[in-house]
Design a binder for this molecule. Structure first.
Ligand SMILES: Nc1ncnc2c1ncn2[C@@H]1O[C@H](COP(=O)(O)OP(=O)(O)O)[C@@H](O)[C@H]1O
Ligand SMILES: [Mg+2]
Length: 299
Protein backbone atom coordinates (compact mmCIF):
# COMPACT_ATOMS: atom_id res chain seq x y z
CA UNK A 1 0.00 0.00 0.00
CA UNK A 2 1.19 3.51 -0.69
CA UNK A 3 1.41 6.27 1.80
CA UNK A 4 0.23 9.85 1.69
CA UNK A 5 2.25 11.38 4.47
CA UNK A 6 5.23 10.68 6.67
CA UNK A 7 5.99 11.64 10.20
CA UNK A 8 9.49 11.75 11.56
CA UNK A 9 10.49 9.69 14.54
CA UNK A 10 13.02 9.95 17.34
CA UNK A 11 14.34 6.56 16.31
CA UNK A 12 16.55 7.65 13.45
CA UNK A 13 19.85 5.87 12.96
CA UNK A 14 22.60 7.87 11.23
CA UNK A 15 25.72 6.67 9.44
CA UNK A 16 24.02 3.98 7.37
CA UNK A 17 21.79 4.59 4.36
CA UNK A 18 18.04 4.60 4.93
CA UNK A 19 16.68 2.20 2.32
CA UNK A 20 13.06 2.82 2.95
CA UNK A 21 10.80 4.57 5.36
CA UNK A 22 7.78 2.31 5.32
CA UNK A 23 4.45 3.18 6.82
CA UNK A 24 5.48 1.59 10.06
CA UNK A 25 9.12 0.59 9.88
CA UNK A 26 12.40 2.27 9.01
CA UNK A 27 14.69 0.03 7.00
CA UNK A 28 18.46 0.66 6.77
CA UNK A 29 20.71 -0.95 4.19
CA UNK A 30 23.83 -2.82 5.24
CA UNK A 31 24.57 -4.45 1.91
CA UNK A 32 23.67 -8.07 2.49
CA UNK A 33 21.76 -7.26 5.68
CA UNK A 34 19.04 -4.87 6.74
CA UNK A 35 18.43 -3.10 10.01
CA UNK A 36 14.70 -2.88 10.61
CA UNK A 37 13.35 -0.51 13.24
CA UNK A 38 9.68 -0.91 14.15
CA UNK A 39 8.31 2.48 15.12
CA UNK A 40 5.11 3.23 17.02
CA UNK A 41 3.52 4.62 13.88
CA UNK A 42 0.09 3.41 12.95
CA UNK A 43 -1.36 3.59 9.48
CA UNK A 44 -5.02 3.59 8.56
CA UNK A 45 -6.70 4.20 5.21
CA UNK A 46 -3.25 4.73 3.62
CA UNK A 47 -2.35 7.53 6.01
CA UNK A 48 0.24 7.38 8.74
CA UNK A 49 -1.47 8.89 11.75
CA UNK A 50 0.01 11.88 13.52
CA UNK A 51 -0.35 10.15 16.88
CA UNK A 52 1.83 7.11 17.57
CA UNK A 53 0.68 4.26 19.82
CA UNK A 54 3.25 4.05 22.64
CA UNK A 55 5.25 0.78 22.57
CA UNK A 56 3.44 -0.59 19.52
CA UNK A 57 6.73 -1.24 17.70
CA UNK A 58 8.12 -3.17 20.66
CA UNK A 59 4.97 -5.22 21.13
CA UNK A 60 4.86 -6.19 17.46
CA UNK A 61 8.57 -6.97 17.39
CA UNK A 62 8.20 -9.30 20.35
CA UNK A 63 5.30 -11.09 18.66
CA UNK A 64 7.23 -11.49 15.39
CA UNK A 65 10.27 -12.84 17.22
CA UNK A 66 8.16 -15.43 18.99
CA UNK A 67 6.64 -16.59 15.71
CA UNK A 68 9.98 -16.61 13.89
CA UNK A 69 11.26 -18.99 16.52
CA UNK A 70 8.16 -21.20 16.47
CA UNK A 71 8.12 -21.56 12.69
CA UNK A 72 11.80 -21.78 11.78
CA UNK A 73 11.49 -25.52 11.17
CA UNK A 74 8.66 -24.90 8.67
CA UNK A 75 10.61 -22.32 6.64
CA UNK A 76 13.83 -20.37 7.28
CA UNK A 77 13.32 -16.69 8.12
CA UNK A 78 15.42 -13.58 7.72
CA UNK A 79 16.18 -12.95 11.41
CA UNK A 80 19.86 -12.78 12.36
CA UNK A 81 19.47 -11.22 15.80
CA UNK A 82 17.32 -8.80 17.76
CA UNK A 83 19.87 -8.46 20.56
CA UNK A 84 20.89 -4.83 20.50
CA UNK A 85 24.36 -5.50 21.92
CA UNK A 86 24.93 -8.08 19.22
CA UNK A 87 23.54 -5.75 16.55
CA UNK A 88 25.84 -2.89 17.58
CA UNK A 89 28.86 -5.16 17.26
CA UNK A 90 27.91 -5.95 13.69
CA UNK A 91 27.28 -2.38 12.54
CA UNK A 92 29.99 -0.36 10.82
CA UNK A 93 31.73 2.17 13.05
CA UNK A 94 30.33 5.67 12.98
CA UNK A 95 26.73 4.56 13.21
CA UNK A 96 24.87 6.67 15.70
CA UNK A 97 21.48 6.35 17.34
CA UNK A 98 19.66 6.81 20.58
CA UNK A 99 20.27 3.16 21.41
CA UNK A 100 18.00 2.88 24.41
CA UNK A 101 15.05 3.94 22.25
CA UNK A 102 15.86 1.19 19.75
CA UNK A 103 15.90 -1.57 22.37
CA UNK A 104 13.26 -4.24 21.73
CA UNK A 105 12.18 -2.84 18.39
CA UNK A 106 15.16 -3.49 16.17
CA UNK A 107 16.11 -6.52 14.12
CA UNK A 108 19.16 -7.33 12.08
CA UNK A 109 18.01 -9.48 9.17
CA UNK A 110 19.30 -11.06 6.00
CA UNK A 111 18.50 -8.89 3.02
CA UNK A 112 16.39 -10.84 0.58
CA UNK A 113 15.35 -10.31 -2.99
CA UNK A 114 11.73 -9.71 -2.17
CA UNK A 115 9.00 -11.55 -4.04
CA UNK A 116 6.61 -8.72 -4.85
CA UNK A 117 3.50 -10.54 -3.75
CA UNK A 118 1.57 -10.49 -0.52
CA UNK A 119 0.89 -14.08 0.42
CA UNK A 120 -2.43 -14.10 2.20
CA UNK A 121 -4.09 -17.03 3.92
CA UNK A 122 -7.73 -16.85 4.98
CA UNK A 123 -9.42 -19.34 7.25
CA UNK A 124 -12.55 -17.33 8.03
CA UNK A 125 -14.92 -15.09 6.15
CA UNK A 126 -14.04 -11.51 7.06
CA UNK A 127 -13.35 -8.05 5.71
CA UNK A 128 -13.13 -7.76 1.93
CA UNK A 129 -13.64 -11.54 1.66
CA UNK A 130 -17.06 -11.27 3.29
CA UNK A 131 -18.00 -8.33 1.06
CA UNK A 132 -17.16 -10.36 -2.02
CA UNK A 133 -18.99 -13.43 -0.70
CA UNK A 134 -22.21 -11.44 -0.24
CA UNK A 135 -22.01 -10.28 -3.85
CA UNK A 136 -20.85 -13.40 -5.64
CA UNK A 137 -20.60 -16.27 -3.11
CA UNK A 138 -16.87 -16.47 -3.72
CA UNK A 139 -13.65 -15.21 -2.12
CA UNK A 140 -10.95 -14.05 -4.53
CA UNK A 141 -12.71 -15.97 -7.25
CA UNK A 142 -12.88 -19.23 -5.27
CA UNK A 143 -16.50 -20.47 -5.20
CA UNK A 144 -17.85 -21.22 -1.73
CA UNK A 145 -20.92 -23.00 -0.36
CA UNK A 146 -24.09 -21.07 0.28
CA UNK A 147 -25.21 -20.03 3.75
CA UNK A 148 -21.91 -18.83 5.26
CA UNK A 149 -22.19 -15.94 7.69
CA UNK A 150 -19.76 -13.14 8.49
CA UNK A 151 -16.84 -14.71 10.45
CA UNK A 152 -17.82 -18.27 9.44
CA UNK A 153 -14.90 -20.66 9.08
CA UNK A 154 -14.16 -21.43 5.42
CA UNK A 155 -14.39 -25.09 4.31
CA UNK A 156 -10.60 -24.99 4.10
CA UNK A 157 -8.01 -22.19 4.34
CA UNK A 158 -7.56 -20.26 1.11
CA UNK A 159 -4.37 -18.88 -0.41
CA UNK A 160 -5.32 -15.50 -1.89
CA UNK A 161 -2.22 -13.66 -3.13
CA UNK A 162 -2.12 -9.98 -4.02
CA UNK A 163 0.42 -7.69 -5.59
CA UNK A 164 2.81 -5.87 -3.27
CA UNK A 165 2.80 -2.32 -4.58
CA UNK A 166 5.23 0.24 -3.18
CA UNK A 167 2.74 2.92 -4.19
CA UNK A 168 -0.99 2.60 -4.51
CA UNK A 169 -3.28 -0.22 -3.53
CA UNK A 170 -2.44 -3.90 -3.54
CA UNK A 171 -4.55 -5.91 -5.92
CA UNK A 172 -5.78 -9.44 -5.57
CA UNK A 173 -4.41 -11.77 -8.21
CA UNK A 174 -5.34 -15.31 -9.15
CA UNK A 175 -2.98 -18.21 -8.61
CA UNK A 176 -2.56 -18.35 -12.41
CA UNK A 177 -1.48 -14.69 -12.43
CA UNK A 178 0.92 -15.32 -9.57
CA UNK A 179 2.46 -18.18 -11.56
CA UNK A 180 3.00 -15.89 -14.52
CA UNK A 181 4.57 -13.20 -12.29
CA UNK A 182 6.96 -15.36 -10.28
CA UNK A 183 7.14 -18.68 -12.15
CA UNK A 184 5.35 -21.94 -11.47
CA UNK A 185 7.90 -23.34 -9.06
CA UNK A 186 8.04 -20.27 -6.85
CA UNK A 187 4.26 -19.85 -6.91
CA UNK A 188 3.80 -23.40 -5.67
CA UNK A 189 6.38 -22.85 -2.93
CA UNK A 190 4.69 -19.63 -1.83
CA UNK A 191 1.31 -21.30 -1.64
CA UNK A 192 2.65 -24.33 0.21
CA UNK A 193 4.59 -22.29 2.77
CA UNK A 194 1.72 -19.83 3.31
CA UNK A 195 -0.82 -22.55 4.00
CA UNK A 196 1.55 -24.54 6.22
CA UNK A 197 2.38 -21.44 8.25
CA UNK A 198 -1.29 -20.53 8.50
CA UNK A 199 -2.27 -23.98 9.70
CA UNK A 200 0.45 -24.05 12.33
CA UNK A 201 -0.28 -20.51 13.52
CA UNK A 202 -4.01 -21.08 13.53
CA UNK A 203 -3.66 -24.13 15.82
CA UNK A 204 -1.17 -22.37 18.07
CA UNK A 205 -3.39 -19.30 18.32
CA UNK A 206 -6.44 -21.40 19.11
CA UNK A 207 -4.67 -22.96 22.07
CA UNK A 208 -3.93 -19.43 23.32
CA UNK A 209 -7.51 -18.22 23.10
CA UNK A 210 -7.07 -16.50 19.75
CA UNK A 211 -8.60 -17.15 16.36
CA UNK A 212 -6.41 -16.33 13.38
CA UNK A 213 -8.96 -15.26 10.79
CA UNK A 214 -6.44 -14.30 8.12
CA UNK A 215 -2.86 -13.19 7.71
CA UNK A 216 -0.31 -11.92 5.23
CA UNK A 217 3.24 -13.17 4.75
CA UNK A 218 6.09 -11.82 2.66
CA UNK A 219 8.84 -13.95 1.22
CA UNK A 220 12.14 -13.35 -0.52
CA UNK A 221 15.14 -15.19 -1.87
CA UNK A 222 18.43 -15.35 -0.04
CA UNK A 223 20.62 -16.93 -2.67
CA UNK A 224 18.45 -19.61 -4.20
CA UNK A 225 16.51 -20.35 -1.02
CA UNK A 226 13.07 -19.02 -0.19
CA UNK A 227 12.93 -17.18 3.16
CA UNK A 228 10.16 -15.72 5.22
CA UNK A 229 10.85 -11.98 5.61
CA UNK A 230 9.21 -8.87 7.04
CA UNK A 231 7.07 -9.14 10.19
CA UNK A 232 4.88 -12.15 10.86
CA UNK A 233 1.58 -12.86 12.54
CA UNK A 234 1.20 -9.50 14.24
CA UNK A 235 -2.07 -7.57 14.50
CA UNK A 236 -0.71 -5.28 11.75
CA UNK A 237 -0.41 -8.16 9.29
CA UNK A 238 -3.19 -10.40 10.56
CA UNK A 239 -6.74 -10.45 11.79
CA UNK A 240 -6.85 -12.05 15.23
CA UNK A 241 -10.08 -12.50 17.17
CA UNK A 242 -10.61 -13.23 20.84
CA UNK A 243 -11.97 -16.81 20.83
CA UNK A 244 -14.19 -16.07 23.83
CA UNK A 245 -15.95 -13.20 22.08
CA UNK A 246 -16.12 -14.96 18.74
CA UNK A 247 -19.48 -15.58 17.10
CA UNK A 248 -20.65 -15.75 13.52
CA UNK A 249 -23.09 -13.30 11.99
CA UNK A 250 -21.21 -10.16 13.04
CA UNK A 251 -17.69 -8.80 12.93
CA UNK A 252 -15.85 -10.13 16.03
CA UNK A 253 -13.71 -7.74 18.09
CA UNK A 254 -10.21 -7.92 16.67
CA UNK A 255 -6.78 -7.02 18.00
CA UNK A 256 -5.84 -4.98 14.98
CA UNK A 257 -6.46 -1.34 14.26
CA UNK A 258 -10.13 -1.83 13.45
CA UNK A 259 -10.78 0.10 16.63
CA UNK A 260 -8.91 3.11 15.23
CA UNK A 261 -10.55 2.72 11.83
CA UNK A 262 -13.99 2.71 13.46
CA UNK A 263 -13.13 5.85 15.39
CA UNK A 264 -11.86 7.61 12.25
CA UNK A 265 -14.96 6.59 10.28
CA UNK A 266 -17.28 8.15 12.80
CA UNK A 267 -15.40 11.49 12.88
CA UNK A 268 -16.60 12.18 9.32
CA UNK A 269 -13.02 12.53 8.06
CA UNK A 270 -12.88 12.58 4.22
CA UNK A 271 -9.68 10.42 4.01
CA UNK A 272 -8.22 12.86 1.46
CA UNK A 273 -6.92 15.45 3.89
CA UNK A 274 -4.69 14.98 6.93
CA UNK A 275 -6.35 12.58 9.37
CA UNK A 276 -7.73 13.82 12.69
CA UNK A 277 -5.56 13.52 15.79
CA UNK A 278 -6.55 10.52 17.90
CA UNK A 279 -7.92 11.33 21.35
CA UNK A 280 -5.91 10.04 24.31
CA UNK A 281 -8.65 7.54 25.12
CA UNK A 282 -8.48 5.90 21.66
CA UNK A 283 -4.67 5.75 21.83
CA UNK A 284 -4.79 4.08 25.23
CA UNK A 285 -7.51 1.59 24.24
CA UNK A 286 -5.55 0.65 21.12
CA UNK A 287 -2.38 0.16 23.13
CA UNK A 288 -4.24 -2.05 25.59
CA UNK A 289 -5.45 -4.23 22.72
CA UNK A 290 -1.94 -4.73 21.37
CA UNK A 291 -0.71 -5.60 24.86
CA UNK A 292 -3.57 -8.00 25.48
CA UNK A 293 -2.80 -9.78 22.22
CA UNK A 294 0.86 -10.29 23.20
CA UNK A 295 -0.09 -11.47 26.67
CA UNK A 296 -2.43 -14.12 25.28
CA UNK A 297 0.13 -15.27 22.74
CA UNK A 298 2.75 -15.74 25.47
CA UNK A 299 0.46 -17.42 27.98
N1 LIG B 1 14.58 -9.42 4.66
C1 LIG B 1 14.08 -8.48 3.86
N2 LIG B 1 14.65 -8.22 2.65
C2 LIG B 1 14.15 -7.27 1.83
N3 LIG B 1 13.09 -6.48 2.14
C3 LIG B 1 12.46 -6.68 3.32
C4 LIG B 1 12.92 -7.69 4.23
N4 LIG B 1 12.11 -7.67 5.32
C5 LIG B 1 11.20 -6.70 5.09
N5 LIG B 1 11.39 -6.09 3.90
C6 LIG B 1 10.64 -4.95 3.36
O1 LIG B 1 10.85 -3.84 4.25
C7 LIG B 1 9.69 -3.02 4.34
C8 LIG B 1 9.22 -2.94 5.81
O2 LIG B 1 8.60 -1.72 6.09
P1 LIG B 1 7.02 -1.51 6.22
O3 LIG B 1 6.83 -0.39 7.17
O4 LIG B 1 6.31 -2.80 6.49
O5 LIG B 1 6.70 -1.03 4.74
P2 LIG B 1 5.37 -1.09 3.88
O6 LIG B 1 4.87 0.31 3.89
O7 LIG B 1 5.88 -1.54 2.53
O8 LIG B 1 4.45 -2.10 4.49
C9 LIG B 1 8.64 -3.69 3.45
O9 LIG B 1 8.66 -3.04 2.18
C10 LIG B 1 9.14 -5.14 3.33
O10 LIG B 1 8.72 -5.75 2.13
MG1 LIG C 1 4.51 -3.73 5.75
Amino acid sequence: MGMKNLITSQLEVTGIPLLRKGKVRDVYDLGDKLLIVSTDRLSAFDWVLETPIPDKGKILTEASLLWFDLTKTIIPNHLITADLGEIKKRLPSGVQASWKDLEGRTMLVKKAKRVDAECIARGYLAGSGFKEYKKSRSVCGEPLPEGLLEASPLPHPLFTPSTKADEGHDQNISFEELKSFVGVETALKLKGATLKLYEFASDYSRSHGLILADTKFEFGFVGSELYLIDEMLTPDSSRFWDAQLYRTGSSPASFDKQFVRDYLEQTGWDKNSAPPVLPQEIIEQTRIRYLQFLKMLKN
